[in-house]
Design a protein around this ligand. Sequence first.
Ligand code: F6R
Length: 634
Amino acid sequence: MCGIVAVIGSRDAAPLLLKGLKQLEYRGYDSAGLATVTTRDIPSTGSLICKRANGKLANLVEKVHSEGAPGQLGIGHTRWATHGKPEERNAHPHRDSSGSLAVVQNGIIENHSALRKALQLEGVKFASDTDTEVIPHLISRELNLLKSQGRIVNATLLLEAVRKVVSQLQGAYALAVVWQETPEALVVARKQAPLLIGLGEGEFLCASDTPALAGFTRTILPMEDGEVALLTPLGIELYDSQGHRQQRSPSFLHGLEDVVSKRNFRHFMLKEIYEQPETARLWVDRHLPLGLPEAVPVALPFENSFYEGIERIQILACGTSRHAAMVGAYLLEQFAGIPTTVFYASEFRYAPPPLAPNTLTIGVTQSGETADTLAALAMEKERREVYKHPDFLSRELGITNRAESSIARQVSNILDIGAGLEVGVAATKTFLAQLLSFYSLTLSFASRRKSRSLEEITSLINELRLLPKQLLVLVKQHDALAVTLAQRFSDTQNVIFLGRGINYPIALEGALKLKEISYIHAEGYPAGEMKHGPIALLERRVPVISIATPGVVFEKVLSNAQEAKARDAQLIGVAPEGLATEIFDALMPIPEVSEWISPLFSVIPMQLLSYHIAANRGLDIDQPRNLAKSVTVE
Ligand code: F6R
């Protein structure tokens, strides 16, 4: 949520900032801005230039190109509005009253009202409605105080002022500060919001996410919670929240190039839907290699102790990740026999269930940065630590697509879903990869606990090995089919998705995808629930999409679909061809596979139908309104 880029070095900052922001635009696109500081050897010595524009980044790019923003030090921001409407005056960077100091921030300053009031009483005039604006005013006040004590104006002074101010801030934030009086200094800080430093040759680029570093460097230093850093052309000074100097070795990033290009696809979302067979192939190679022992037929990066003594599992997640978790819970309970509950992370934070012993807590987040999921995991760990009972010790696992993200630093066991970077705001390939991670876990638990026979386990593994090839065919088939179907439904206002059992979460996911990118109202229901209320909505203009895959609830789902048809609803089936499918007005066929793996197929038509409906409506598919790819605020 909100993207930050900051750079200091020997090249012009503005092009680097704009390039970095382009890669971060998925984090928010309500407005964008940058501030540069000219160095003293440029005639207009040490001045701060600030350019901001409402709307997409392209507006800022145009402004910077026509008006210019010289300087080799700069900060940039792409905004997802929290406090204050998407207007230019609320766009970052925000400046102090003198206009000599600028700040970009990602997060929420929870005590901003109190700080604002105090500053206003001192006579400070605010130019925006944002929570962020208190920060430049506070730093400026601190700098004036230090200067009045006779302190020399230099980079260390700015660092000291920022450190004093961040200690007054409550909430989660990542921020970057420049001051025209110190054109050789960039100060950055983070608390519960991501920020990493990229190390180039004689230059540094800080960003809230790794894609901003594509083409700049692969050497990174992720900042830890509470740290503040001073970056100068000479190097990095990193301090923890107590002010102790930190020394850490940088790490190396892999696979950044493929981020940048849509290749021949119209949208990143379509490209990412097409990447799913490859996502599945990589997963099979990694987790189901041939030749593993029967007792442990899945390759996972965990010690035996990870599996031992677990009596129940609780999963914390949001949005699409929660839908993947629901499929996961079905598998873990029904296939591996472990009682499993899924929670909205945002609800769990404030109403957790009573502590239960020997519980594995799983956080699922593709971005690894979702504030609610991270906070829920932290809260769970803390209350278990406080309880201090050996049976209640915290046992945790994070399932993420970003092995370098905050969850990886917070949680002791990580399962990297390995989907590669997803740029489209609506999750597609990461959803499939999250599902696959749950198949690995389920198989691993089932074989170790012997909750399923060897034949059942082998049969599931063999089916999963065929997945990449089957998906290749399915994606192409449904891309073509969905184009025609989408024409029929482009003007539709309400859609109902029905599924049952393991495919109920896919009905939820189908509805969420449609809502997100086409802005059509859609609801997912367990098919058996329709008659308890939602059936009142049905009439000729309301399409019902029914997922009917052979298995324990197949006949039941068909009966529920008939009930919809009897109310004149247009009935679209996601089902294998030829199995009682004549009841559907239109069919989105999927292969006849075991019920266990059917979600991996039924989700594909959902993604493509939503995509083509949104494309028909001419919408901004990769950056749908009001959304952002990683939700780092509560
Ligand atoms: C929907 C979508 C969101 C995310 C949710 C959680 O397409 O992407 O619903 O699933 O914001 O995000 P992560 O997985 O990053 O925790």
